[in-house]
Design a protein around this ligand. Sequence first.
Ligand SMILES: *Cc1c(COP(=O)(O)O)cnc(C)c1O
Length: 381
Amino acid sequence: MKFGTKAVHAGVEPDPTTGAIMTPIYQTSTYVQESPAKHRGYAYARGANPTRNALQKSIAALENGKFGICFSSGMGATDAVIKLLSPGDEVITSNDLYGGSYRMFKRVFEKFGIKFHFIDLTSSENLIPYINNNTKLMWLETPSNPLMRIIDIEVCAGLAKKHGIMVAVDNTFASPYLQNPLALGADIVMHSVTKYLGGHSDVIMGALIVNDEKLYQDLAFIANSCGAVPGPQDSFLVLRGIKTLHLRMERHCFNGRKIAEYLKSHPKIGKVYWPGFSDHPNHSIAKKQMKDFGGMLSFTLKQDSIENATKLMESVQLFSLAESLGGVESLINHPASMTHASIPKEERLKNGLSDSLIRLSIGVEDVEDLIEDLEQALAGI
Ligand SMILES: *Cc1c(COP(=O)(O)O)cnc(C)c1O
């Protein structure tokens, strides 16, 4: 089955009692049993819920995976993966991770004796010196936030396999429409479902997708034991959102390309970070592992200052100034004062996050209107 057909149909069957075409919201905490321990696969809703089950099947199908598990947030999903590890284990990951992942690794899990190596993985061979007998997990995120760096999933997974290291990929920025890490050798795919999968800025949720049954059982055990499960109402909203994922992604990609090209040719713009440009350092890897280049991009101003960036963000009318991404509406965000404000300035600049760096999550509006909005805002700086 092709992607769009799966987006509409996978995991969803008419409701057995009424024939309702949409999966009902099973708003219940428990299920009545015929006699003790004799039930129809549902005992208590932390363990299983029919609305959530339909969603898990749908998301697994979109990643061409066998098993999906949904969590109450992307961070809840990541937390479950790290809980597979034991004190003394080591993790290799990249140096420009999603801020929340970095914070969880450093401030929650390091004190339990798990060691994290944050390294530049845009050249895969950089990870080789960090592999030792304690290395148990490689955590990859590509494209990265906000500089749209690209990591070669297949090459990293190949190196990991040789040493029996498990590979997890945060596939949030690409969505399952653009990139399927399991097919490239990953063991676990993680999504912040909050973003493109939900797609309408109205749900917080996470998901893990795996092929290996033992790994699935281990993660499902953690999900049920630790309890970061999503509710049925949110599961319904995401089931609904997924039905248009392919249509939304096509428009996100189309608009993203137009705006990247527009910005690149604008005299007031410094750099534009978008993996679709042939001069992006890992463009050929992006081309190889992604179907298209997505709706996320970042840029700097030639007159690089926080003041100019602030002025631009206050002048746009259609772009909303907000954190998050992947929704139908276009968002604008300033890493230096918002998502990355907690990083000391020197370190921030060293990592390429200059004062005027602005990140856009391009929505599905008419792109002419978005460009006109940027044009009028840029005229004022
Ligand atoms: C948002 C995000 C997360 C965290 O997901 P939540 O649903 O907010 O918990 C993780 N990784 C990436 C790349 C994200 O954008």
